[in-house]
Design a protein around this ligand. Structure first.
Ligand code: HEM
Length: 159
């Protein structure tokens, strides 16, 4: 039975594990953020720095593994021309763009604004709240895209 497990199955396992590692934590962000904000409103900057560390050291590297393993799977048994694969490929590229061009710069700005607001000893500034709404909007969009990607991969419409 062990011999029947081929390289394809190993790469598929790596692909799915990388999906769990890349996106699992992001689904916990709303709860995590709410808990940290409640526990220590002064530590909001640390929360944004945690997001930044996760994005650069865990989420982005795991997304690269999702892409490389996905490409292997697609080229081995399927085709990049298959709609469910090309659509998910496009979603992953958009996710790279969202993380690199929107969510990371916004979290960096939020960390700076939170530090500035804490130093001023006041409530969150209007700038902070505006950037926070932007992060929530694009974060939700990213989560929605992950859900669509998982559906496309699982249902394989047209395959
Ligand atoms: C956000 C991005 C992605 C997510 C969340 C994701 C998720 C998944 C999941 C959960 C499976 C297991 C489905 C099953 O076994 O029925 C899977 C399989 C697969 N994925 Fe992805 N994937 C992503 C990106 C990609 C990309 C970019 C490619 C190709 C370029 C790709 C190609 C494949 C292939 C070919 C399979 C194998 C299907 C099979 O043999 O049953 N994936 N993916």
């Amino acid at each position: 039975m062990l011999l029947a497990v081929g390289l394809y199955d190993v790469v598929l396992t790596i692909h799915i594990l990388a999906v769990v590692v890349a996106f699992g934590v992001v689904f916990a962000y709303p709860l995590l953020d709410a808990q940290i904000r409640r526990a220590g409103p002064g530590d909001v900057a640390a929360l944004h720095r945690l997001h930044l560390a996760l994005a650069s050291r865990l989420i982005t590297p795991a997304m690269v593994v999702v892409l490389l393993a996905g490409l292997y799977l697609a080229l081995d048994r399927w085709s990049l021309g298959d709609g469910w694969i090309s659509a998910t490929f496009a979603i992953l590229i958009v996710l790279f763009g969202l993380v690199g061009a929107v969510l990371t710069p916004t979290d960096r700005r939020l960390a700076e604004l939170a530090e500035r607001d804490a130093a001023a000893g006041g409530a969150p500034s209007e700038d902070y709240l505006r950037a926070s709404r932007k992060a929530a909007l694009f974060g939700s969009l990213a989560l929605g895209l992950v859900v669509v990607a998982v559906f496309l991969m699982a249902a394989k419409p047209g395959a």
